[in-house]
Design a protein around this ligand. Structure first.
Ligand SMILES: CC(=O)N[C@H]1[C@@H](OP(=O)(O)O)O[C@H](CO)[C@@H](O)[C@@H]1O
Ligand SMILES: [Mg+2]
Length: 551
């Protein structure tokens, strides 16, 4: 066992002092806060990434510097494990401890504790691949990260400015290179080639689609979408909007997938361009979330969110498995959260197994791994499809008995190539949606008519202590504060098609209330009544009670 290079860690750590008054938390999306406060955190993540790689025998770890759909001033950093997945949960705690060590000496102690507790052999090599989005705080944070690698003697590979899902792809491609499970060429170019080629195979002979407009949120998705446009050419004409990546203040501003989902209206930049019936979609600031939409003949906006995508894709895959003659052995399942629209859950549950898990992509991802083919999407448009290794092997050795079975099997194999199975990937998901629409000859209208969304409403309640709110049953029921769930149940019973649940947010200091009901006015009323209950129960100041919260 060798030792930590204490001298070099000390020297470089002095260049990245921790702000005394701030506490950092490795949360659902890694560390995420004002970009100007993250210098020490990112330096230390560089150290931790090196240790994580050593722990895993020198496998390559990923680091992504992004704050996704957050405002432009924010930034963030998260680690990616060797198979392209999110960092193992136990290391989130290490990350938080290391980020908060007040001094360089305390940092060294914290690092030594991690080395001891995780039994890390420091003589192993350390390799990290890293990237950032287009935020202006990015370059300085990347320098801090590189100092972290330098301090530990880790080997870094800079993947430049790219999307979060491409970084996840790279991590997996690097770690599976020259193995039987090779994920593809370990370069951005390899990613574009892999996805475009499978898209072309899947849409060969189909009618050439109308141009698709992509709202790139003025973020890094604009760069990746432009590369796809070149690779895809006429097979999928793309019109890019909101591509102003260098304009200060433009990122995610009145555009992007989160804006569209929250505001349920067109993003800026599309308002005068979208023709009735034309398909458009929005990416978020790091291109891992996707929202589709269209305007009808009267100019009304219709949104096709993560639930609609899950439904479209799951139904398509179920059909392919059946047509390939594999339905008796390969089971397709869907994973959602409580925020999934009740109408989507009903539609899906009539056709295949559906599981509900706690909010946060890692929960969905892990649950989806339990199916032969697991489809998971959050309503906000983050999701993907996972094909288990045995399923992929079965595809490879299966012998179809009819030409129709053979065609379906080939489509399934090409889907395993088209879909970024490491993480939700807006552009890969977009290609997937386009494949299904082409196969089904669906327009947005037909896709949207698979089921009608139940009207719903999401409300934030600011409370003094959101930790007092504890849930069970995949966050669908409150166990504390005591008695509150019974009151919610009593209210919900009064509304036709009513459903409501309350949970503390994992990313904001609020409690979220979700409600749906058969009619829009009722879903709003139910949400505001439950919000009122929550506010009062949490001891909210009566004089500051938001006026929309009903008694
Ligand atoms: C209602 C909602 O959209 N919640 C989001 C939000 O989580 P909260 O724990 O609800 O703050 O951020 C998560 C991370 O991006 C995302 O996974 C999740 O879907
Ligand atoms: Mg994102």
């Amino acid at each position: 066992m060798s030792d930590l290079p204490i001298q070099s860690i000390k020297e470089l750590s002095e260049l990245h002092p921790k702000p005394a008054d701030l506490h950092f938390q490795y949360g659902t999306a890694g560390f995420r806060t004002l970009g100007s406060t993250l210098d020490s955190v990112v330096f230390r993540v560089g150290l931790l990434a090196g240790l994580r790689s050593k722990k895993l025998d020198g496998k390559t770890i990923g680091v992504m510097v992004t704050a996704s759909h957050n405002p432009e001033e924010d930034n963030g950093v998260k680690l990616v494990d060797p198979r392209g997945e999110m960092l193992e949960a136990s290391w989130e705690t290490h990350a938080t401890v290391i980020a908060n060590a007040p001094t360089t000496d305390a940092l060294i102690d914290a690092l030594e504790a991690v080395v001891r507790n995780a039994k890390i052999d420091l003589s192993k090599p350390a390799k990290v691949v890293y990237a950032r989005d287009t935020r202006r705080s990015g370059p300085a944070l990347i320098s801090a990260l590189e100092n972290g690698f330098k301090a530990l003697g880790a080997e870094g590979r800079n993947a430049g400015v790219t999307t979060t899902p491409i970084l996840h792809y790279l991590v997996k491609a690097i770690n599976t290179k020259d193995t039987s499970e090779s994920y593809g060429e370990d370069s951005e170019e390899g990613y574009f080639k892999k996805l475009s080629q499978s898209f072309k195979k899947l849409t060969a002979g189909k009618v050439k689609p109308e141009p698709l407009i992509i709202d790139c949120a003025n973020g890094v998705g604009a760069l990746a979408a432009a590369k796809f446009a070149t690779h895809l050419g006429e097979t999928l004409p793309l019109t890019l909007a909101n591509t102003a990546i260098s304009t200060p203040g433009a990122l995610n501003n009145v555009c992007g997938a989160d804006f569209v989902k929250t505001m349920q209206r067109l993003p800026s930049g599309l308002v005068d361009h979208l023709k009735p019936g034309q398909r458009a979609c929005s990416l978020d600031g790091d291109a891992d979330r996707l929202m589709y939409y269209y305007l009808d003949e009267r100019g009304s906006f219709h949104m096709l969110d993560g639930d609609k995508i899950a439904t479209l894709v799951a139904a398509f895959i179920v059909d392919l498995v059946k047509n390939a003659g594999l339905d008796s052995e390969i089971k397709v399942g869907v994973v959602q959260t409580a925020y999934a629209n009740g109408a989507s859950t009903k539609y899906l549950a009539e056709r295949l197994p559906v599981k509900c898990v706690s909010t946060g992509v890692k929960h969905l991802h892990h649950a989806a791994e339990h199916y032969d083919i697991g489809v998971y999407f959050e309503a906000n448009g983050h999701g993907t499809v996972l094909f288990s290794q045995p399923t992929q092997e079965r595809f490879a050795n299966y012998e179809p008995s009819t030409p129709a079975q053979s065609t379906a099997l080939n489509h399934l194999i090409n889907l395993t190539q088209l879909i970024n199975q490491t993480v939700g990937d807006a552009l890969s998901d977009m290609l997937l949606v386009e494949v299904v629409l082409a196969h089904k000859s669906y327009t947005g209208v037909e896709w949207n008519s698979l089921y009608a969304d139940l009207p719903n409403r999401l409300v934030k309640v600011v409370v003094s202590n959101r930790a007092a709110f504890k849930t069970e049953d995949a966050e669908r029921r409150l166990v504390s504060p005591q008695g509150l769930q019974a009151k919610i149940d009593e209210l919900v019973r009064k509304y036709e098609g009513g459903r409501s649940f309350v949970r503390p947010s994992g990313t904001e200091d609020v409690v979220r209330v979700y409600a749906e009901a058969a009619l829009k006015a009722q879903s709003d009323e139910l949400a505001f009544r439950v919000a009122g209950l929550v506010y009062d129960e949490a001891g909210g100041d009566a004089s500051k009670r938001p006026k929309e919260f009903l008694p």
